[in-house]
Write a protein that binds this ligand. Sequence first.
Ligand SMILES: Nc1ncnc2c1ncn2CCCCCNC(=O)c1cc(-c2ccc(F)cc2)cc(O)c1O
Ligand SMILES: [Mg+2]
Length: 214
Amino acid sequence: TGSTRPERILAAVQRKATKGDARSVVNTIDQYCRYQEWAMNVGDEKGAILDSIVCEVKPSVMLELGTYCGYSTVRIASMLPPNARLLTLEFNPAYAAVARQVIAWAGVEDKVVLIEGPSGDWIPKMKEEFGVTSFDLVFLDHWKDRYLPDTKLMEECGLLRTGSILLADNVICPGTPEYLEYVRGSPRYESKYFRSHLEYTRVEDGLEKSVFLG
Ligand SMILES: Nc1ncnc2c1ncn2CCCCCNC(=O)c1cc(-c2ccc(F)cc2)cc(O)c1O
Ligand SMILES: [Mg+2]
């Protein structure tokens, strides 16, 4: 049987990226997915917006929902101070296996905890299993119909504090209409849309940044 797309992305990283150099891993994946085969990484254009928000928030504890090949995991971790932690949740074991190797190649494994399993199961266990009090920043990039239920779950589990920030990918394409309606309509959030494009394409997409007001 042939290789999978994530395996081919990993092969490109191990062949072309400088080991221990996170930016080299990010650039290699962007090159591969722009010129060889498209893949659902947040990409360079939306990635720059993600970088600016990570830099602004300087999170001590951050959650990423949906790891895929670890592209945004590496991008985020490379911006975090040494004592900060990025917890990243991946449902698909094959994706997680590739992501672990991409994260290791980039040399950011000390800042990353990769958890395998469905977000709905793991979010209620974050406090007891990982000693999380609350998340400073959450990057939502998993199943688009899980953004809203998982946001409500994080609220219910007390994982959001006044000032916690949610940053959601793909709010236009593939789209997360119920989530957008919720964060834009709720008095408990202050929401802002960052217009961009679907990774490696000219199709409109964007990130929604929502501050939890408590
Ligand atoms: N911990 C967990 N719990 C539940 N589900 C979990 C999970 N961890 C992972 N998953 C399962 C997520 C699978 C990938 C999610 N991302 C996407 O589906 C996605 C799709 C596109 C896309 C756009 C236009 C197209 F024409 C085609 C595809 C672009 C993107 O940037 C995307 O992030
Ligand atoms: Mg995405």
